[in-house]
Write a protein that binds this ligand. Structure first.
Ligand code: ZN
Length: 199
């Protein structure tokens, strides 16, 4: 069930904040032990925390956006083709949501304000209807979860900042194959983008 904005605000202790949860690139290829571009154990370690966030957001009737990298086979003109091995290819299991994040998505996917949206660049805003969907729902703060901290989460955070959204990043819900990049991204979210970085 979807509540209106006022009820949502009351649910958050009267703070004037309408939050949306973004789950970014938590795919088999990015998270599974044998994924094509996996962040490995670091990615698997955030699974439970992401599931908990999804359940919390769902109970609070917040919109939830599953934003998913989409690539095509032999798409040599895509800029990532020079940088990374093929991953998240259209029609493969590699771009299915991973683990229990997949399970909880299957439970709630038919409800209102649960979205699964393809993206073709690092940022969840680039070339997607995300900004319009957030604006239509009067969302002013986005909570960013998923993979990987210093690439897709970073680019999404920068676009969220440029579009005027408040940003929350739970550190327990983001991971990277680059531990140093992960840490420096968390610093950047806090110090340059004014994000609330939660434990
Ligand atoms: Zn990609």
């Amino acid at each position: 069930m979807w509540h209106n904005g006022d009820e949502n605000n009351e649910a958050q202790g009267g703070l004037l904040m309408n939050n949306a949860l973004l789950v970014i690139d938590y795919s088999y290829d990015f998270a599974a032990p044998d994924g094509k571009l996996t962040a490995g154990e670091a990615a698997q370690a955030i699974e439970t925390a992401i599931v908990d966030r999804i359940r919390e957001a769902h109970e609070a009737c917040q919109p939830i956006f599953f934003m998913m990298d989409l690539h095509f086979e032999q798409d040599d003109l895509h800029p990532e083709s020079k940088l990374f091995p093929p991953h998240n290819i259209e029609g493969t299991e590699g771009r299915a949501l991973y683990g229990r994040v997949h399970d909880v998505y299957e439970e709630i996917k038919d409800e209102q304000n649960i979205f699964f949206i393809d993206k073709r660049r690092y940022s969840a805003f680039a070339g997607t209807p995300l900004n319009q969907l957030l604006q239509e729902r009067k969302v002013d703060t986005v909570t960013l979860t998923g993979l990987v901290t210093d690439i897709c989460i970073m680019h999404t955070a920068v676009d969220a900042y440029n579009n005027g959204y408040g940003i929350v990043v739970p550190a327990s819900c983001v991971a990277s194959f680059n531990p140093a990049g992960h840490e420096s991204a968390l610093d950047h979210f806090k110090n340059a983008l004014g994000a609330t970085v939660e434990p």
